[in-house]
Design a binder for this molecule. Sequence first.
Ligand SMILES: C[S@@+](CC[C@H](N)C(=O)[O-])C[C@H]1O[C@@H](n2cnc3c(N)ncnc32)[C@H](O)[C@@H]1O
Length: 232
Amino acid sequence: MARVSTYDNPEFIRAYVDNIVPYLSRTLYGHVVGVVVSEGSRVLDAGCGNGEVAESLASKGCRVHAIDNSAQWQDYWRREYGNSTNPKYDRGNILDMAFRDRTFDTVLLNMVLLNVPTARRVEESIAESRRVLKPNGRLVITDLDLPSLARGLLGTRKVVLPTGFHFMEGDPYETGLQFGDGRKFVFRNVYWPLHTYTSLLAKYGFSTEITEIINREFMAPEYLLFEARKDT
Ligand SMILES: C[S@@+](CC[C@H](N)C(=O)[O-])C[C@H]1O[C@@H](n2cnc3c(N)ncnc32)[C@H](O)[C@@H]1O
């Protein structure tokens, strides 16, 4: 029986750490860390999950604050990292960040907005990120490049996208994954196309570079990375 993923389910959290984090470490995290890292800079990892990227950034000299709204992740950080001060972990909501204006050099939303269910909330999280960024600070966002990924996966059995899937802004979609130990989970995400990001980032005064991150196994871009610079 497949379980629906939720970051408040301890079983899913364990499966995520055992299976998804190693996959993201191979395919995505190195690119993200390479873009974000800058010695001594103040970084907010917003929606940080288990803290894999936050730990890597701190080990490379960034001063990292990491937040996530899942109580399960909070338990996990306590177990794994104790009272770490860099990264500093706090339970927090990306829609209402408990930080002063102009605090961070970089805000990272790494594979987070695909969990945000409405365009209005995506907009709120971009507005909040802008508020806590210093002038000329950077907002780095990643998401799946779903149309490209689906094309690349055609004819493979790696991931099964539901039949009838279509690419409309704000559509929920499900991806079923069976992990090595046989457990099956269903990921429920929301599709935000390129224009959701480019139009909101322009509206909030960012100039944005977009990078495609290629998965060589699929020979297709698997992720999109937005590096958005706040104007003032
Ligand atoms: C796909 S995971 C990515 C986690 C991590 N950034 C990574 O790359 O491994 C999405 C994360 O976003 C968090 N999240 C979703 N909505 C959030 C919100 N409104 N505020 C804070 N965290 C949120 C979830 O709890 C989950 O840990």
